[in-house]
Design a binder for this molecule. Structure first.
Ligand code: SAM
Ligand code: DTB
Ligand code: SF4
Length: 334
């Protein structure tokens, strides 16, 4: 099947039924640079072919271990390398995690994502982490964790505990990665993603835009994601939340139109993935978020806080959804 845009457009997207196309930078650049109306029309057309068009999936985040992280990610409030004023905490107790998850479930979240400021989990933490997965799963929510690097055995144990998704972002292009993080490599990220896939977990992997990268870096990041052996089931697109004390505190904000183009390109190149409009919504207007939903974003984080930073909160999101005629996705929906 080929999507014909109109007689004036020279970009036809080959979508062979059932098979996802593979991408190269040139094709991706051509789509990214289409006239905005054509780009959004194409993204929305593909979105409708693959998803319930007026539904958005709700995920809820909880930081189960905050701050004091040995990694030096230049965007992060939780890195021990920077003075961000954040107080580090120990791993949260299992019962408290389950109590927080119960609240999120009643507020409509279908996926519960637990994040830890670790380079990777230590053996001594694995028991508690497994108990958290089992407890949250028992509430009937999908479970997701983001704990840093995993070796194969750790991935196997998380899978055996019932973890549905593992979040591990590539964050930017391979070229720009070293400008942002020095304590690990882009290849390390891909290695963990490989373990997660190999044990049969679903992959949540995306990145951050607005870190001073070039348009080509955003495009390359999406090309890498779309060309993984299987594209991630979830693709979080974060807009940098500038954090005082980090090297990226003064990064030039991304042009909102370019941000929407990034979302549209993600939707087009990964037609069956959930594209999550992730961090940074507090700084976005309702109109910008509406454009992102039109461009194919169909998942958000709900609740007052992300891991450490502010999020719009339930009242604001309920109002926005009402204005846009968007409904939360039901549990068990595709
Ligand atoms: N420590 C784990 C790791 O790095 O994989 C998990 C937690 S980490 C905070 C998860 C993701 O949050 C990062 O990969 C990044 O994409 C995003 N993130 C962190 N700080 C951010 C910020 N200030 N603005 C936007 N996104 C951010
Ligand atoms: C993702 O891509 N975004 C979330 C989640 N995965 C773990 C985290 C956003 C963090 C925003 C900054 C903060 O709260 O500290
Ligand atoms: Fe640590 Fe993750 Fe923050 Fe990097 S992004 S400093 S690994 S918590």
């Amino acid at each position: 099947m080929t999507i014909e845009l109109n007689a004036d457009s020279d970009v036809n997207l080959p979508l062979i039924d059932g098979a996802l196309p593979r991408w190269n930078r040139k094709e991706a650049e051509a789509i990214h640079g289409m006239p905005f109306n054509d780009l959004l029309f194409l993204a929305q057309t593909i979105h409708r072919q693959n998803f319930d068009r007026n539904r958005v999936q709700l995920s809820h985040l909880l930081s189960i271990k905050t701050g004091g992280c040995p990694e030096d990610c230049g965007y992060c409030s939780q890195s021990a390398h920077y003075e961000t004023g954040l107080k580090a905490s120990k791993l949260m107790e299992v019962q408290r995690v389950i109590a927080e998850a119960t609240k999120a479930r009643y507020a409509g979240a279908t996926r519960y994502c637990m994040g830890a400021a670790w380079r990777g989990p230590k053996e001594r933490d694995m028991g508690a982490v497994v108990a958290m997965i089992e407890g949250v799963k028992a509430l009937g929510m999908e479970t997701c964790m983001t704990l840093g690097m995993l070796d194969f055995g750790q991935a196997q144990r998380l899978k055996a505990a019932g973890l549905d998704y593992y979040n591990h972002n590539i964050d930017t292009s391979e070229r720009y990665y070293g400008e942002v993080v020095s304590t690990r490599s882009f290849a390390n990220r891909l290695e963990t993603l490989g373990h997660v896939r190999e044990v049969g977990m679903k992959v949540c992997c995306g990145g951050i835009v607005g870190m001073g990268e070039e348009k080509a870096d955003r495009i390359d990041m999406l090309v890498t994601l779309a060309n993984l052996p299987e594209p991630p089931e979830s693709v979080p697109i974060n807009m940098l939340i500038p954090i005082k004390g980090t090297p990226l505190a003064e990064a030039e904000p991304i042009d909102p139109i370019d941000f929407v183009r990034t979302i549209a390109l993600a939707r087009i190149m990964m037609p069956k993935s959930y594209v999550r409009l992730s961090a940074g919504r507090t700084a976005m207007s309702d109109e910008m978020q509406a454009l992102c939903f039109f461009a194919g974003a169909n998942s958000i984080f709900v609740g007052d806080t992300l891991l450490t930073a502010d999020n719009p909160g339930e009242d604001k999101d309920t109002l926005l959804f009402r204005r846009l005629g968007i409904e939360p996705m039901q549990r068990g929906a595709k």
